[in-house]
Design a protein. Structure first.
Ligand SMILES: C[S@@+](CC[C@H](N)C(=O)[O-])C[C@H]1O[C@@H](n2cnc3c(N)ncnc32)[C@H](O)[C@@H]1O
Length: 279
């Protein structure tokens, strides 16, 4: 049921966009074609560069159309990839395109609903869907491994602000009135919300997406509060102002990066088992 609603939402919204920008005489034709709109080559390149895709990456394109993003990731950046697409003809075309591009061994294309797809192998997720669909995917994307890069063509994810947005000129853009595309990048932030302990030192985070408020106190630490921003697995010290601790998320724990404020480099914090740290 959920899948059906998601699919209907995607298709009806794409139809709405097309109706807004395409002359009446061609609307019947667009009704058939509109769910599949390709990302232009220069935007595809910008998406993959923005995500810093390389040979160790596995790129999953959600709603992969003719396979161009996954094929480009394999051919130009050496990545492996998976394309997931509802329309069987597009999946057949993608496999054919991958064979022609010489990347059939590195790529897979499946007829599958994106809401039924296991995303856990992806190190990079690409999307050219719709705002509503991005929002439906958001809870799953936020639960992916910290540091996973998410790139969306044009559409954002509501109040989860992108870490970076770039603009790419597209003079012959087929949808919308703007002649450019936006490329949004998010890095899945380490999940740090809550209380962490290192002996008697207490580290408390209140997290919203990649932003946090932190307080540290107890043990050898100099008590202090600060606000910061998570960049995947890294919690760098905020730039400017007093020196704050910085951390790296690793295997479910937080390691102090550089000796600061009474904390030695390498000090490890683990999640509190209750709502207090050992005295
Ligand atoms: C705008 S096109 C983008 C194609 C390709 N990713 C690109 O950027 O060139 C969106 C694609 O998503 C597919 N799609 C929409 N909803 C889907 C779903 N729930 N599961 C799988 N594919 C879906 C559509 O069939 C369409 O081919």
């Amino acid at each position: 049921m959920h899948t059906y609603i998601a699919r209907r939402t995607a298709i009806s919204a794409l139809v709405a966009i097309a109706f807004a920008v395409v002359p009446f005489a061609t609307q019947a034709q667009v009704m058939d074609e509109v769910p599949f709109i390709t990302t232009p080559d220069n935007v595809t390149m910008e998406m993959l560069k923005t995500a810093n895709v390389g040979p160790k990456d596995h790129v999953i394109d959600l709603g992969s159309g003719d396979g161009r993003i996954v094929i480009t990731a394999a051919r130009q950046f050496g990545a492996s990839g998976l394309g997931v697409e509802l329309v069987p003809d597009l999946v057949a075309k993608s496999r054919d395109n991958a064979r022609r591009a010489g990347v059939a061994q590195k790529t897979e294309f499946r007829v599958q609903d994106i809401f039924d797809t296991d995303l856990s192998a992806g190190t990079v997720i690409t999307m050219y869907l719709l705002p509503e669909v991005n929002l439906q995917l958001r809870p799953r994307l936020l639960r992916m491994a910290p540091g996973t890069r998410l790139v969306s063509h044009d559409w954002d994810m509501g109040d989860w602000q992108p870490d970076r947005t770039t603009r790419v000129d597209v003079p012959d853009k087929k949808v919308g009135l703007e002649k450019f595309s936006r490329v949004h990048l998010w890095m899945v932030p380490a999940p740090v919300d809550g209380l962490w302990c290192s002996g008697a030192t207490r580290l408390h985070f209140q997290q919203k997406y990649q932003n946090y408020d932190a307080r540290i106190e107890g043990g050898a630490a100099v008590a202090q509060s600060w606000a910061g921003r998570i960049s995947g697995v890294d919690l760098p010290a905020p730039v400017g102002g007093p020196m704050r601790p910085s951390f790296t998320w690793r295997d479910g724990g937080l390691d102090v990066k550089t000796s600061t404020a009474g904390l030695a480099s390498g000090t490890r914090f683990t999640r509190a088992t209750g709502n207090a740290c050992p005295a």
